[in-house]
Design a binder for this molecule. Structure first.
Ligand code: 5GP
Length: 115
């Protein structure tokens, strides 16, 4: 740990390098260090929200923005065959970094149900 920051906050603050593919005033998107598909991008808000379980009503537009950005990145990554967006939430949801993030996964067929 560094000053109590999550690894994603450290990426936002440019203290840890990442393969950043998109940034605006509200969010950052970068390639997952351990990709689970040919395309595996994380879209994160710059606002420090620990998980989906802790979003507030005031975050409604921000959450919509993250989805719009994920779809734009899917277009840029030529995921015309489809893709999957995942938000892991909490221990049972498989969340390992306590900073809200969307996984954008594509480039291969996905299975259902998830493990
Ligand atoms: P979660 O399990 O919380 O839903 O997803 C966290 C994701 O962050 C994992 O897929 C993991 O590979 C990714 N990750 C963890 N640390 C880093 C890092 O330092 N850099 C990048 N690019 N991805 C990371």
């Amino acid at each position: 740990m560094s000053g109590g920051k999550t690894i994603f906050k450290r990426i936002i603050d440019r203290e840890v390098p990442a393969d950043i593919v998109y940034e605006d005033d509200q969010c950052l998107a970068f390639r997952d260090i351990n990709p689970q598909a040919p395309t595996h991008i994380l879209v994160i808000p710059k606002k420090e929200i620990p998980s989906l379980a802790e979003v507030q009503q005031e975050d409604e537009a921000l959450l919509g923005h993250l989805l719009v950005v994920a779809n734009q990145l899917a277009g840029r990554c030529q995921l015309a065959e489809g893709y999957r967006v995942v938000i892991n939430c909490g221990r049972h949801g498989g969340q390992s970094v306590d900073h809200l993030h969307l996984h954008l996964l594509g480039g291969r067929p996905m299975h259902w149900p998830p493990g």
